[in-house]
Design a protein around this ligand. Structure first.
Ligand code: GDP
Ligand code: CDP
Length: 226
């Protein structure tokens, strides 16, 4: 079997992690593992961790490390035979250390986006809760206003994209992310991208991954997804 590929994407809320991850998944055939989507699924299913996590997310706070790692590690164990891109986890140094002991990462993509851009984007972000599909009423609108393109179901706004939760989230992000970024920089696997537009960042991410993902893996995974 070809070597598996493991990547993480870091960036503040609204930086385009989900948008870029979807492009990576469809171009390179990796599994996109979004901790935010996974949390929302757990909240919807009212699992023990979901009920607990909801109280933090509503306040714009981070879910405690032990709750996040207890949720994510079993998910990663199910994926040991797949190549993946992990989005939204790790958020803290403690989570990064747990991830380190569970697997070896090949690449970390870090998105560096100006604060004003983030605020503007999140104001316009709407999601389809069942699938986690994300729209932006300006950048990436649904075909019919307020309705998911594929299922036809209504779109909603995250509780945590509403203004009260948003400012606290963005403020907190920077402090918590710095040691995580420093850790990956020290390991020599960090790749930082700075711009206000995902469409300008994407070509660089794509060419980086083309050099890092073994061709046989990309071909094999594409063959299984088509
Ligand atoms: N205007 C604009 N919106 C973008 C761009 N890239 C992503 N978005 C939108 O910004 C919001 C946040 O992006 P998302 O991928 O969910 O970011 P995440 O929170 O880091 O996962 C979504 O509504 C996206 O559709 C961009 O380059 N320009
Ligand atoms: N490792 C994580 C991931 C998400 N979360 C919480 O889940 C929320 C939604 O995660 P997400 O990745 O979909 O959203 P953004 O923070 O990118 O908007 C975050 O705002 C956090 O409150 C967390 O606490 N810890």
């Amino acid at each position: 079997m070809s070597k598996l590929f493991r990547a993480v994407i870091l960036g503040p809320p609204g930086s385009g992690k989900g948008t870029i991850s979807e492009r990576v998944a469809s171009s390179f055939g990796l599994q996109h593992l979004s901790s935010g989507d996974f949390l929302r699924e757990n909240i919807a299913a009212k699992t023990e961790a979901g009920v607990l996590a909801k109280t933090y997310i509503e306040k714009g706070a981070l879910v405690p490390d032990h709750v996040m790692t207890r949720l994510m590690l079993p998910r990663l164990e199910e994926m040991t035979r797949h190549s993946w891109l992990l989005d939204g986890f790790p958020r803290t140094l403690a989570q990064a250390e747990v991830l380190n002991s569970a697997c070896e990462l090949d690449v970390v993509i870090s998105l560096n986006i100006p604060l004003e851009t983030l605020k503007e984007r999140l104001r316009h972000r709407w999601i389809h809760p069942a699938s986690g599909r994300v729209y932006n009423m300006c950048f990436n609108p649904p075909r019919v206003q307020g309705v998911d393109d594929i299922s036809g179901e209504p779109l909603i706004q995250h509780e945590d994209d509403k203004p009260e939760a948003l400012v606290a989230r963005l403020r907190h992000y920077k402090d918590v992310a710095k040691p995580v970024i420093d850790l990956y920089r020290a390991k020599g696997i960090l790749h930082m991208f700075s711009d206000t537009e995902t469409d300008r960042i994407w070509p660089y991410v794509s060419s980086l991954l083309s050099t890092k993902i073994p061709t046989d893996l990309a071909d094999a995974q594409r063959a299984t997804t088509h």
